[in-house]
Design a protein around this ligand. Sequence first.
Ligand code: FES
Ligand code: FES
Length: 158
Amino acid sequence: MHEITLTVNGVLRQAEVPARRLLSDCLRHDLGLTGTHVGCEHGVCGCCTVLLDGEPVRSCLTFAVTVDGRDITTVEGLAGTDGTLSPVQRAFAECHGLQCGFCTPGFLCTVTALLRDNPAPTDEEVLEGISGNLCRCTGYQNIVKSVHRAAEIMAEEP
Ligand code: FES
Ligand code: FES
């Protein structure tokens, strides 16, 4: 077993994990953060996406021991400490960018990083940016709308 320390959503967390513990399982089972969803568990669907030092990664392809000492943001960390939803979360709610919601935590993390790096993406850039996240329900149109709406909200709220 290995003792690891992670900063998760701004809080220092410790866990004792076997060497092969996936980060997704560590977050969900060891740290109780079940907002990160697990679908395919082999790097295809993107629903397990979290931010590792600000960059989107598939937590099902990441061993927890390899991120010892690093900074992780999960979907639980996107809202403000007072519970105010982030612009991306608000836009997805407003534009119906979700149906069953299973894929949503991954999309929210991916889009948060996408808009940080490109605050006014074109349709093509949005599609490229979310191409690693699969959704079985929405047909993607409302997700693309949500990304543009989030960009608008972020531009209005410095
Ligand atoms: S659960 Fe990680 S990519 Fe599907
Ligand atoms: S909202 Fe159901 S899988 Fe995306």
